[in-house]
Design a protein around this ligand. Sequence first.
Ligand code: NAD
Length: 296
Amino acid sequence: MKNITVVGAGTMGNGIAHVFAMNGYQVNLVDISEKALEKAIATIAKNLDRMIKKEKISEEDKNATLARINTYTQLEEGVKEADLVVEAATENVDLKLKIFSSIDQLAPEKAVLATNTSSISITKIAAATQRPEKVIGMHFMNPVPVMKLVEVIRGYATTDAITQQIMELSRNLGKIPVEVNDYPGFVANRILMPMINEAVYTLYEGVAGVMEIDTVMKLGMAHPMGPLQLADFIGLDVCLSILRVLHDGFGNPKYAPCPLLVNMVTAGKLGRKSGEGFYSYGHGTKELIIAPTFAK
Ligand code: NAD
């Protein structure tokens, strides 16, 4: 695989493009928004500068990496020579089904189609194509250039050969791939989201405050971030939608999202990206919020 197309140039798409280009792959980055593409290239350049400062790469490496990335607003142009397409567009099931149906028609027959979805069924996405055996989950973690893990998710029809090819490719990117099967939340979010939900319940029931809950998990369990701070970082809307996927997918009430989480999302308190969640990010630094009425 030499030519990689990344569809969606947001938070994850720019990181995925960065990592492929830095490892010598030719990258076509596609987004419907010209502005998102410009921002993505600026972000990649800034992150490469940071790596130069840390003496991890040279100025020439930076220039060569940037030279390997081309940007497109037309999907057709971006995928026509792809060996692999990694889709990292907005997390919306109808949108992804539409994108995969189009990519399937526009990309070469041999191309493998991967998705970076956090929660949507790979099997469902694969069913929107005529090549379900070549569709796979490639779940990178945020921030992509830093985080080692790639959760490689086999859909119901994904072949062993394609799975091994993607495992090998992930290793070539300096990542550590882990193979998992396609069930709601895969492994990462199936375990992480109930923990975050339980932390919100603990707050909701007044067992402890935000700081206390995060401190217990940081100092007691050696987590680098407490679960409420992590929820703010991921986005409370994203956490809620993944919990709903788990709840619907398994039909088990243990995944029911905490009413406080639902209320906060309804009120537009989405965490870091909206400036306020369990903490406030108004001045660029995190401050504790005591706002939720149920909380101590
Ligand atoms: P984002 O909102 O930052 O970026 C999404 C991008 O997709 C936007 O630039 C948007 O313009 C573009 N887009 C929308 N429709 C498109 C289309 N039809 N064609 C091309 N581009 C289109 O989102 P993100 O946080 O980068 O998430 C992308 C994917 O990665 C989602 O599936 C998400 O679940 C997954 N993911 C996110 C994280 C995270 O921490 N943010 C972690 C792991 C996986």
